[in-house]
Design a protein around this ligand. Structure first.
Ligand SMILES: [Fe+2]
Ligand SMILES: [Fe+2]
Length: 165
């Protein structure tokens, strides 16, 4: 039996699928910039973040297929890999996370309006995840801004970064 989502919800979920892929792609861009600018550990840290975004995209992908929804592969929007300084890259990542949270909030609201409680439940997982991610990126930005523009100190900070598996 087909269990199609409403078109509006399916479209919004497909949009989120692309948003997550865009976050994946964007964090690869930041990871590349970090590596090229001497921030080796932060590069690995952003690669790890990128992989989490890929997992998020797959989660949305699996959900859409489980609800028999067709996904249009419209392409991942282009991203940045040039930054003036580390704080700019981290601030940009934080802005992406805040945007993603806003999108999931709208989707949570829409799913309630459409009485699609399964999608609502699904989206709540992402909203909880966003709380954690925004906190993580804010804390990283605070630390980087506190250090300031001294490159030596920023590199020393980079060496303290650990990647949780
Ligand atoms: Fe995500
Ligand atoms: Fe994220």
């Amino acid at each position: 039996m087909k269990q199609l989502l409403t078109e509006e919800i399916a479209n919004r979920l497909a949009f989120q699928f692309h948003r997550e892929l865009h976050a994946f792609y964007s964090y690869l861009g930041i990871a590349a910039w970090c590596d090229l600018n001497g921030f080796e550990n932060l590069s690995k840290w952003f690669l790890h973040q990128a992989n989490e975004e890929k997992e998020h995209a797959e989660k949305v992908f699996d959900y859409l297929l489980s609800r028999d929804s067709k996904i249009n592969f419209v392409g991942i929007p282009s991203s940045k890999s040039e930054f003036v300084k580390l704080a700019e890259a981290v601030r940009w990542a934080l802005e992406l996370e805040i945007q993603v949270e806003k999108d999931y909030q709208e989707l949570a609201q829409l799913s309630l309006e459409k009485k699609d409680y399964t999608t609502h439940e699904f989206v709540m997982w992402f909203l909880k995840e966003q709380v954690e991610e925004i906190r993580t990126f804010k804390s990283l930005l605070d630390q980087v801004e506190l250090i300031g523009d001294n490159l030596g100190n920023l590199i020393l900070f980079d060496r303290t970064i650990q990647i949780e598996e």
